[in-house]
Ligand binder design. Sequence first.
Ligand code: GSH
Length: 232
Amino acid sequence: MIDVHYWPTPNGWKISIMLEETGLPYRILPVNIGRGQQFEPGFLAISPNNRIPAIVDHAPASGDGPVSVFESGAILLYLAEKSGQLMPGELAARYRVIQWVMWQMGGLGPMAGQNGHFLLYANEKIPYAIERYGSEVRRLYNVLDKALAGSEYVAGDYSIADIACFPWIMTHKAQGLTLDDYPNVKRWFAVVRARPAVQAGLAVGADLKQNKTMDEETRRHLFGKQAGTPAS
Ligand SMILES: N[C@@H](CCC(=O)N[C@@H](CS)C(=O)NCC(=O)O)C(=O)O
């Protein structure tokens, strides 16, 4: 059984989609990031960066004790290895997938996260930040659009590279973007979204988030002083 420390957000959905795709047995352990549960010592012990998602696999292939993994990209790699699915075996094809997972983790996710923050959540509208992150997100969407011009999926066959990117493309409206400007992304997005496992993954924990708007307490936990305090 795999414990998934989870909240229904883009990085959380990567893992619920992957688990639905592979059929690996899992159990959801909610971490309400709007109520500060990411700072609780028990969670920090497995996720020292105080971010969801994190997993604990109680039956790893090694046969040893539980294995815990944080960072959604690392978790996708772990689950691909455990299940033997959604990651090609051949060397060049495998690294084609890994490089796009790294691209998502180091580029699309963080830039889209900052762009959304400065567009939607920052109390002060800072034109330089909005322009800086907005142009970087548009550049990244163009990179993905070009890749998808020559390939049905992000890195060859459907893989963890698609699962890593999809939830962040779901946020395109919040990024101030329309997929009409990225026709290959638009075509790919519709194909991935239609997959039953993707729909099932997106539904995981949908009932947890009763308050869809950003209330003051959520702002304090995500953007307040505690958010900048080193985990202890
Ligand atoms: N690079 C990390 C990012 C994880 C991340 O930013 N998670 C957000 C939710 S999508 C979170 O836990 N935020 C809590 C906080 O900011 O305190 C990953 O991909 O796992």
